[in-house]
Design a protein around this ligand. Structure first.
Ligand code: GDP
Length: 307
């Protein structure tokens, strides 16, 4: 069994690559739910759905949402004076309506995800990190924002003063999460945000210790090349969490206790000795995943390094 810890946009590329390289039957994703929240009374789980759609082969080319979706409902809501900054397409809304109705009938998010993946023909299992509500709150000089308000509505323009993950300390791992970590042949930490995706998953009580106990079987891929994230504002989240440096080496330091092998980009090869000095094995390769072939190639390197 291959287990991947993943967030959304960067994470789903790796999860999809692992599926392309090794098939879905033995693949388990443990996915961040700190970005989840209500829109128009519907429970939206962005990271779970990006991974679900990627594995189902229906994700839009932009990397999130349903392929060839339309936005008539959102346009209608805007006409009525409602916020319309979060891109929920018409087909995508069906997922959120179905999830919300199932939860209203007493289902957990885990049960919803199992239903969704079976209906979309996804063989891999996708576990939310927890079934408890966990919400990432970002504090900036202009106040507190929900994660999606900071990232999508406000374009992540502001510096971050602090990050709070509400509900995390009281949460428990979703069913199957600890068993998957304990039983995995290899655990892949996807190139997701170290603070608000992977950090949140590892922050569910019991998860960090379970992963650390398997450290020799854990491999992480850097989301950072040189001094910048491949895309998105991970540098702002790093600074908001108190890390001044944004680099692959800094990532390795953050994962030092949970991860024995760290994958960095060829242009960062000079950091390999410093990473090995942390007691980690460094693997140097092209870590960019612009297309399906690149995802599969990187996944083969990752799995090959742990064979
Ligand atoms: P979010 O939940 O949508 O914010 O997404 P994630 O946390 O899963 O991923 C965000 C991270 O993915 C960013 O820090 C990016 O640098 C990283 N990322 C995106 N595309 C790639 C890629 O092709 N290769 C690597 N190595 N990292 C990537």
């Amino acid at each position: 069994m291959i287990v991947a810890l993943a967030g959304g946009t960067g994470g789903s590329k790796m999860v999809h690559g692992l599926a392309l390289a090794g098939g879905q039957a033995d693949l388990v994703g443990i996915i961040n739910t700190g970005d989840d929240g209500p829109f128009y009374g519907l429970l939206v789980c962005p990271d779970l759905d990006i991974n679900l759609y990627a594995l189902a082969g229906v994700v839009a080319d932009r990397g999130w949402g349903y392929a060839d979706d339309t936005f008539h409902c959102l346009e209608g809501l805007a006409t009525y004076g409602r916020d319309s900054w979060f891109g929920l397409g018409d087909r995508d809304l069906a997922t959120h309506i179905h999830r919300t109705l199932m939860v209203a009938d007493g289902a957990t998010v885990s049960e919803v995800m199992d239903d969704l993946r079976l209906r979309l023909g996804v063989e891999a299992r996708l576990h939310p990190m927890t079934d408890a509500p966990v919400r990432t709150i970002i504090t900036t000089p202009t106040g507190e924002k929900r994660f999606q308000e900071y990232l999508v509505r406000d374009g992540a323009r502001e510096d971050i003063d602090s990050i709070r993950i509400e509900g995390l300390a009281e949460s428990t791992p979703a069913p199957g999460v600890i068993d998957a970590i304990e039983g995995a042949a290899t655990i892949v930490i996807a190139p997701s945000s170290p603070i608000v995706s992977i950090g949140t998953i590892l922050g569910v009580p019991g998860v960090r210790d379970a992963v650390a106990a398997r450290r020799d079987r854990v491999i992480a891929v850097s989301p950072i090349i040189g001094n910048a994230p491949v895309e998105g504002p991970a540098h702002k989240f790093l600074r908001g969490a108190g890390y001044d440096e944004c680099s692959a080496l800094q990532m390795a330091r953050i994962y030092q206790d949970v991860c024995g092998t760290f994958v960095i980009h060829e242009s960062d090869a000079g950091d390999a000795p410093a990473i090995e000095a942390l007691g980690m094995r460094a693997v140097v390769t092209d870590i960019l995943m612009p297309d399906h072939a690149a995802r599969e190639r990187l996944a083969r390197v990752v799995l090959g390094a742990m064979a």
